[in-house]
Write a protein that binds this ligand. Structure first.
Ligand SMILES: NC(=O)c1ccc[n+]([C@@H]2O[C@H](COP(=O)([O-])OP(=O)(O)OC[C@H]3O[C@@H](n4cnc5c(N)ncnc54)[C@H](OP(=O)(O)O)[C@@H]3O)[C@@H](O)[C@H]2O)c1
Length: 240
């Protein structure tokens, strides 16, 4: 994707916290933004009224996504596993099926999504994911494993994708572009904390960073203790 301003970017899941940061970063860079969100959440985008186009609807609805992504140079997708109806994998499929050929595709998810066998998880993390998966499904609230299925679908695609795997998130002022590792379990990531505004920054910057195509970076805040320790006390460089 060109670095020039005025590209057309679709934000799928625009009304959530991460989605609104994505919209803001994209507008700040002079891009034209199309946002997709549930009909009931359109009001959450009032701050951007007149500056973005909104396509209301479920993000796993292929027809909604087909209309929203038409003519877009890039699609930023917030993958969420809410409900027990394969919402995340349905959303990923709709974007992969309908985005323009050549469009840059960047997706969000959590660290619990493994890229390959070199990701290393503590037993505590594995137990919490297992319990969360079981309880979420039993209560019919969330399908943690469907986000994993969504990511697998993306990994198998020949589209120009990046899957950004987030640490635990917090609000607060930007600390700059997060640092990343190819593998969960890297000591660089030990602080497990990223500002949500910077998660969005990483996703938007990824649009113009072709070195991230077909990568699944696991990110952490650049000023967290583990990132600083990795860099010898100075703010860490951008690359592993
Ligand atoms: N939270 C964390 O600590 C954390 C950690 C690592 C990675 N992540 C990743 O970061 C991304 C954003 O997560 P977030 O926690 O920060 O949340 P968020 O940005 O507030 O986004 C939540 C999204 O889920 C949608 N949503 C909520 N309930 C829904 C339902 N029942 N059916 C369909 N959609 C529903 C929201 O849409 P509405 O606006 O319509 O409600 C919104 O788009 C996700 O990909 C997540 O996996 C989060």
């Amino acid at each position: 994707m060109s670095t020039e301003r005025g590209r057309k970017i679709c934000v799928v899941g625009a009304s959530g916290k991460l989605g609104r940061y994505l919209v803001r970063h994209a507008l700040d860079r002079g891009h034209q933004v199309v946002g997709v969100c549930r009909e009931r959440s359109v009001g959450k985008l009032d701050a951007f009224a007149g500056r973005i186009t909104i396509v209301p609807g479920a993000t796993n609805d292929p027809e909604v996504i087909r209309r929203a992504v038409a003519g877009c140079d890039a699609v930023l997708t917030v993958l969420v596993p809410w409900g027990v109806r394969q919402y995340a994998s349905g959303t990923a499929r709709a974007v992969l099926d309908h985005a323009d050929p050549g469009a840059r595709l960047v997706f969000s998810c959590g660290w619990h999504v493994p890229r390959d066998e070199r990701d290393r998880y503590s037993w505590r993390f594995r137990v919490s994911v297992r319990v969360g998966t079981w309880v979420g499904r039993a209560l019919r609230v969330v399908e943690v494993d469907d986000q994993v299925a969504a990511a697998r679908r993306i990994f198998a695609s020949d589209r120009r994708w990046t899957v950004v795997r987030g640490s635990d998130l917090e609000e607060g002022a930007s600390q700059g572009l997060p640092v990343w590792s190819r593998h969960v379990g890297d000591p660089l990531l030990a602080s497990n904390r990223t500002r949500r505004v910077d998660y969005a920054l990483f996703m938007v910057e990824a649009l113009t960073d072709d070195t991230l195509v077909h990568e699944a970076p696991a990110i952490v805040g650049r000023l967290t203790p583990s990132a600083l320790a990795h860099a010898g006390g100075r703010p860490a460089p951008d690359r592993p």
